[in-house]
Design a protein around this ligand. Sequence first.
Ligand SMILES: [Cu+2]
Length: 495
Amino acid sequence: MGIRKNQSSLTPAEKSAFVVAVKALKANGVYDAFVAQHRAAFLAGPNDPAHGGPAFLPWHREYLRRFERALQEIDASVSLPYWDWTVDRTPTASIWGPNFMGDNGTGASQQVTTGPFAFLTGEWTLTVLDPGDTTAFLTRAFGAMGSLPTQQAVDTAKSVVPYDSPPWNAGSNVNTSFRNRLERVIHNPGHMWVGGSMMAMSSPNDPVFWLHHCNIDRLWAEWQTENPGRMYLPPSGTPGVVAGHGLDDPMPPWDGEPTPPTPRSVLNHHALDYSYDNEPTTTPESVALTIGAPPVSASIGRAGEVDIFTFEVSAAGNHVIETQGTTDVVMGLYGPDDSEVFITEDDDSGTGQNSRIARDLSAGTYYVRLRHYSSSSTGNYSISVSASAGQPAVPTIAVNGPAVAGAISAGNERDMYTFTAANSGSYTIETAGSTDCFITLYGPVNPNTLIAQDDDSGPGTNSRIVASLAPGAYFIQVRHYSPAGTGPYNITVKS
Ligand SMILES: [Cu+2]
């Protein structure tokens, strides 16, 4: 199942993969066919199958999923990201960076001149245009036509029930039609704020269209989860409802297909094989492990299954979680006391293809998620947790003191250090030597709160993090850039 992520959390590589796939569809003509479908829906006027009626949300869900599948034919790892404009609502937000959507339009023409979709690069020429429009380049005018929806406006919209109400069109009361409130009060302002190309019937010409509509789809999915008793309205055959907008109406332009999509067929987005990164995970039943007890037998009985185990740490110390058997499992560790807080993951640090995590853990409840390395394979394994007595405390690095010598002595080893920032200010954490270290800074106080990570900002392949820190205790994790790499290093903290 593809996971649609908040665009602000995409890695540079994920952003690049999305951009590359979008541009591949542009180059082979598929992209413009999608733009034409959206324009054709608007041009159908009072019979628009996609806007100003109950099917606004189902039509766009189907449309986005088809576009996403087209992207996935280019690159199976790509999912649509969503743009949460209640958070990323300024022209300087990273979504508008040169590696993603590019910036605002400039000059009287409002032409977008930066990023992957700038006309000047010669790779993003608009060919499907609204009647009378001849502008071949992408245009934007941030904020000129209004502001982005706030979280409060979203909350208010999501509190509206039922799904829709008579007269089942753009005139439905926004206090009795969730759909029309979401469409008019939340969705339209997103198009308006971006401005330029996003104002047109051909608005998918601006790739941010997909990110905006993905967020609208996410909000609908949340509303559905929060209102399980509220069915889509109206039923097919309701007088005065435009064709395509009834629950079981085939939705144009796909109504000629052997099994045409209907609003009903897209109500469960999980059945369309995607989910959103902020959805509460339906936790399968977990199995409790006892520290020091013999291994517990388990199996990945069906492809894609995830097994969950828990264990209680009563006294802080070093713990080892490992699997046994011939099944290539991957193990993720989460906690303490929160099954969603990721600590670390391991594939093959154990014997054979087994997983092994050795870690200093504070007291609390921990969660282990186990899956097969291959999402299409199954197999048996066993799992155990042990605690080593008298393990060393986390070494302390004195700020502006001598370098501390360390070594990655085994593949996938993680060395932890702590230091105390006595004053607010800039601190430089740096490794030295010929080992390609990768460092991660956590804190203050909580060793699971990520601040920064770095691979090669120091001399050679050394790591360097310069961070402005408040007073408090911080933690540094040192690992080798390569999961199999080993070697000595020195580490210092200077203020
Ligand atoms: Cu639309």
